[in-house]
Structures are given as structure tokens and as C-alpha cells.
Design a protein around this ligand. Structure first.
Ligand SMILES: *[C@@H]1O[C@H](CO)[C@@H](O)[C@H](O)[C@H]1NC(C)=O
Ligand SMILES: *[C@@H]1O[C@H](CO)[C@@H](O)[C@H](O)[C@H]1NC(C)=O
Ligand SMILES: *[C@@H]1O[C@H](CO)[C@@H](O)[C@H](O)[C@H]1NC(C)=O
Ligand SMILES: *[C@@H]1O[C@H](CO)[C@@H](O)[C@H](O)[C@H]1NC(C)=O
Length: 352
């Protein structure tokens, strides 16, 4: 059954992709990676974040203001709507009932158990007053609980209206600007030692690395560690990414119908997994063993013809048998929590 699904996906994929998918897709169980569609398609699934406390993957539908949860145990998807605007990222906090969500240029704390109605929401801060039409795009939490969240202009082709911010429970009133300007702030990851920070400035076909000082929360010494221009067979542009326990990056190729695995230390391209959707938006390891690569995709701007050719575009996919796994994501604003005040209370109090 699985084998047939994979074949169907691969055949569907090969009808629209421009060229470079690996045709050696094997049905050899236990060996080759498998790619499975696990949800119904939505317009633009993005910024997946795995929460092992609930066996749940949170993600968003960027243009409909929805935060979604995929329950790994039941396969069910639930959602809440924050309003009309651009949504994402979504990250978890020390309190498993409180998520932080990007809504336009604001960070909103949302009380939600991933299933029932949202019980409360509070705006914690707003950034980028200079660019009123800009909005958050991607963001992650570092080991010390700081948010590294970045913005973009109204659409991806609007240039130089984005920035990467560093947000802590102390600087909510005026978050630090870390990189500015950028086009579309994207694709963040830290290595295991927490001395490297990886970053994508979409639509540049490059992966950047910085030295990372965890104690100070500072980055320096920007370098290009992988340039898609050196791999002409790779189409598309790097979008979101995640990192595995061996510190290799898993990068979504928007327009490239695939996820690539790259060693950022040697610059080697290690693997390429075809996904049956041309626009692949982001990746995240999850599942009870953190060994499933969840992949989000997009159908928002597809023509009717393209939607017919790639009916699964917009769905969430699970890639298994990758022979590696990820690390759990960090929870936001931990220091505040460590003062024994409930997380929500703590931040709510600070913005009063
Ligand atoms: C597919 O497998 C054949 C035989 O092992 C190999 O020669 C070829 O390069 C492979 N193709 C790709 C795209 O990896
Ligand atoms: C959730 O919200 C809907 C719509 O506002 C409402 O009809 C329903 O009763 C609510 N459910 C719970 C459990 O509060
Ligand atoms: C979000 O931003 C868009 C673009 O600037 C705007 O049209 C929309 O009204 C905003 N939504 C809210 C709730 O402010
Ligand atoms: C934004 O994109 C344009 C076109 O790709 C590029 O020339 C420019 O350098 C980019 N800006 C930044 C800040 O990266």
C-alpha cells in the first residue's frame, strides 16, 4: 500500500517537475525514505513546530489567519483563526497550553490546547513600524528561550522590507534588530553545540552561517555555506529548514519540489527527497522518536491546471526512514518562567 502511494506520488510529481527528480525511487521497505501525505491540502502550510508533550505538530495556513494542529496519535487536524492577516510562525512555550503566534507584525500569545476553542489571546509586542504592510514569516526559539523571528514585505517580491529580530521577555517593548534589511527572513537553525546559526534570506539561493554566542545571544562572521548556484540541477529557492542530530540541514526548496540534506560544515549535498508538490515551504523533525521529517507545502498561487497536476500541494507530508532524527525545539522565554510565575502571567504583566 505504502509502496503504491509512493509510486503514485512520484508519478504525480514527475508530470509537473522541471527535470531533476531522482527516478530511482525504490519500493524496498526498510531502506529508501518514504513520503506520505498526512493531511488535506490547505492554501499555504508553513512553520511546522513539533510539541512532544502532546505528540502534536503545530503549523499555520499563512493567508487564512489559521493555526492548525496535527495530532500524531489520531491523525486529526484542528484549527483556530486569529483574524484576517498573515500568520506564522507558531512556537511553543514552557506552558503547553500557550503558543506564540506571529500575526502580521505582532506576536500574539494564544492559550490553546490544540483541540478545543482558543481560550485567550494577548498581543505581546509589535515590530517594524517603518513597514506597516510587512509581516512575520519564520521564527524559532534559541536554547536560552529568546525568539529569533523575522519579517518580510507584503509579498515575497517586495525587497528590503524585512528584518530579523531577537525578542526576549525583557525587550518586548523594543525587540533588537539583528539583521536588516532582508527580503524574506527565513530558515533558521542552530547546531548542537549552539555556536553556529544558519539562516536563509529568500529568494537568495544561498544558505548562510554565522558564529553564534549563546550567552550573549549574538551572531557574527556571516559566511555562505551552501550556494545552489554551485548545483545547477537544484531548482527552486531555499525556504524553511531544520537540522538533525548530526548537524545536517534539511532545506525546503520552494519551486524545487524537494527537500535537500546539506552538510553545512563541508558544503556537501547529501540527499534530495522529492515531494509531490512543487512549492515546498518548510521542514521539522517530529514524531515520538523525532525521526519523522514533517514537510509543509503550498498551492496558494497555483493555476487550476497546476492544482490538477499536483493535487496534494498544500498538504502536510511525513518523510520516514531517513536514518537520522531531530532535536526537540526549545521553549520560549524560559528565564521568565524560571521565576516561578506562570508564563502567560509573567509576560502579560510585563506589557501592562
Ligand atoms: C539511478 O541508479 C542508476 C543505477 O544505480 C545510476 O546509474 C543513476 O545515476 C541513478 N540516478 C540518479 C538520478 O541518481
Ligand atoms: C467553540 O466556539 C464555537 C463558535 O464560537 C461555539 O459554538 C462552541 O460552543 C464553542 N465550544 C466550546 C467547547 O466552548
Ligand atoms: C494585516 O496586514 C494586512 C496588510 O497590511 C492588512 O490588510 C490587514 O488588515 C492586517 N490585519 C489586521 C488584523 O490588522
Ligand atoms: C533582495 O533581493 C534582491 C533581488 O534578488 C537583491 O538584489 C537584494 O540584494 C536583496 N536584498 C537583501 C537585503 O538581501
Amino acid at each position: 500500500m505504502l509502496c503504491i502511494l509512493i509510486l503514485v506520488f512520484w508519478v504525480a510529481n514527475s508530470t509537473f517537475a522541471r527535470g531533476d527528480h531522482n527516478p530511482n525511487y525504490s519500493c524496498d521497505f526498510g531502506d529508501a525514505p518514504t513520503v506520505t501525505q498526512i493531511t488535506e491540502p490547505i492554501d499555504h502550510s508553513e512553520t511546522p513546530s513539533w510539541d512532544g508533550r502532546r505528540d502534536m505538530l503545530y503549523y499555520v495556513d499563512v493567508h487564512t489567519g489559521r493555526v492548525l494542529s496535527y495530532n500524531y496519535d489520531t491523525g486529526k487536524v484542528h484549527s483556530i483563526t486569529l483574524g484576517s492577516g498573515s500568520i506564522g510562525p507558531v512556537v511553543q512555550t514552557k506552558n503547553k497550553d500557550v503558543l506564540l503566534v506571529g500575526f502580521n507584525r505582532s506576536i500574539v500569545a494564544v492559550e490553546w490546547d490544540g483541540k478545543n476553542n482558543m481560550s485567550k489571546k494577548t498581543v505581546l509586542t509589535q515590530v517594524s513600524d517603518r513597514f506597516p504592510d510587512s509581516h512575520f514569516n519564520d521564527g524559532k526559539t534559541d536554547k536560552n528561550g529568546r525568539l529569533w523571528w523575522g519579517t518580510m514585505g507584503l509579498t515575497p517580491d517586495i525587497q528590503n522590507q524585512g528584518a530579523l529580530y531577537k525578542i526576549t521577555s525583557q525587550n518586548l517593548n523594543k525587540p533588537d534588530v539583528v539583521i536588516s534589511p532582508v527580503n524574506v527572513s527565513n530558515g533558521l537553525a542552530w547546531n548542537k553545540a549552539n555556536d553556529k546559526f544558519y539562516y536563509i534570506n529568500f529568494p537568495a539561493r544561498k544558505i548562510f552561517a554565522y558564529d553564534f554566542n549563546l550567552e550573549k545571544g549574538e551572531i557574527s562572521n556571516q559566511k555562505v555555506v551552501f550556494d545552489l548556484e554551485d548545483h545547477k540541477q537544484l531548482s527552486g529557492k531555499p525556504d524553511g529548514m531544520t537540522i538533525d542530530i548530526e548537524d545536517n540541514l534539511w532545506i525546503a526548496l520552494f519551486g524545487g519540489g524537494s527537500v535537500i540534506k546539506v552538510n553545512p560544515t563541508t558544503g556537501q549535498l547529501l540527499n534530495k527527497i522529492a515531494i509531490p508538490a512543487q512549492y515546498v515551504t518548510d521542514t521539522m523533525f517530529g514524531g515520538p522518536n523525532l525521526d519523522i521529517l514533517f514537510v509543509t507545502t503550498f498551492k496558494y498561487t497555483l493555476t487550476d491546471e497546476q492544482k490538477k497536476q499536483q493535487p496534494a500541494a498544500g498538504a502536510l507530508f511525513a518523510v520516514k526512514i531517513l536514518k537520522t532524527k531531530g532535536r526537540p525545539v526549545f521553549e520560549a522565554f524560559r528565564k521568565c518562567e524560571m521565576r516561578k510565575i506562570s508564563w502567560f502571567h509573567c509576560n502579560y504583566h510585563q506589557i501592562k
